[in-house]
Design a protein around this ligand. Sequence first.
Ligand code: MTE
Ligand code: CO
Length: 424
Amino acid sequence: MRENWSSGRLTRRGVFSAAGLAGASVALPLHALAQSAKPDPAISEVQDWQRQLGDGVDKRAYGTPSKFEAHVVRRNVAWLTAAPESAANFTPLHALDGIITPSGLCFERHHSGIAEIDPAKHRLMINGLVDKPLVFTMDDLRRMPRTSRICFLECAANTGMEWRGAQLNGCQFTHGMIHNVMYTGVPLKLLLDEAGLKPNAKWLMLEGGDASGMNRSLPTEKALSDVLLAFAMNGEALRPEQGYPLRAVIPGWEGNLWVKWLRRIEVGDKPWAAREETARYTDLLADGRARQYTFVMDAKSVVTNPSPQAPLKYRGRNLLSGFAWSGRGAVKRVDVSLDGGRNWKTARLEAPVLDKSMTRFHLDFDWNGEELMVQSRAIDSTGYVQPDKQELRRIRGVNSVYHNNGIQSWLVRGNGEVENVELG
Ligand code: MTE
Ligand code: CO
């Protein structure tokens, strides 16, 4: 029996069969450990790592995670795309803590693979409707005033495979095209002020220096408010995957606009109607019309634990955990249901709760082996409430790929396994 929290009390037997030491340290007096019939070898036996010297400081010039965490990696879904150079992989959301995504686990989305750019040969040009066209080296940018900010980047296609029903079994795959990083860089406004915008300057075109030369149109209003040109993430230079040496950071707006390997900004008076805003990143509605330039990412949330890759292992005390975010502001509240939306409880938000950043939520619950239908619903500082999938489909139809922020449902079975399902 794995019951370790019978009628709300921890039994001595349960500690060793299921809860393990971590559980024991929470609630048990020490003498309960000493009285156990069988000694725990994790305590009573000397371990290998206690017998020998560990690596010296000369062995790991750049640190990597413990070998016991080797399963915590980005993963891709091979059948989704024709080639790994024009593809995406996914952040292991179920294996993270706090709100910062470690740089090596940030999902990647490339149209032409990872460009490896020599920063000494990288330039940023600003041209078009400006008084003074400018070219900056990376050293020029690093001598300008800089700011740091934590914010999420969500690909508009995140959860895009789920429009017609539950498909991928894991929050890594259904929701993992998002990461949350502290960026450091130069406010774009400073550069545009230096170049001097002409009175008819209304739109910018951001262009990447990778082989795809990916480009997107950005309204000057947003560019002048909170856009950063970042050269650093999480305290060090951008990773090549994330656009080294320079990327656009467009808080709250769809990831496709966050041009990586940024080499040029052209100023114009109308949007460019680039490939990524005509053939892609539009939302086909049921009546045949398509929404275009849908920049803002609406409020969304997902329970990461439990989820298909993070089943329930213990009965009794459990901690539900997840992420919520909104491109329109801060997360104000997250509701969690364990019974498919019949009853909702308010989750605990873990500090810090930041504007346009992923926010961590928790809910304590007891589990006695009953089936659960787990859902979460985010409410942001504008009062917007995350819709359920039926509600979303009534307005959007099922032809969309992008901007799926519907409520996710996980079915927890009696054996603790979790499945991606949809309530009909
Ligand atoms: N910028 C360039 N130059 N090339 C690209 O392929 N992909 C875009 C955007 N910027 C892309 C790009 C897309 S669709 C997304 S979702 C984000 O970058 C992904 O950023 P990430 O790889 O840091 O997760
Ligand atoms: Co994208």
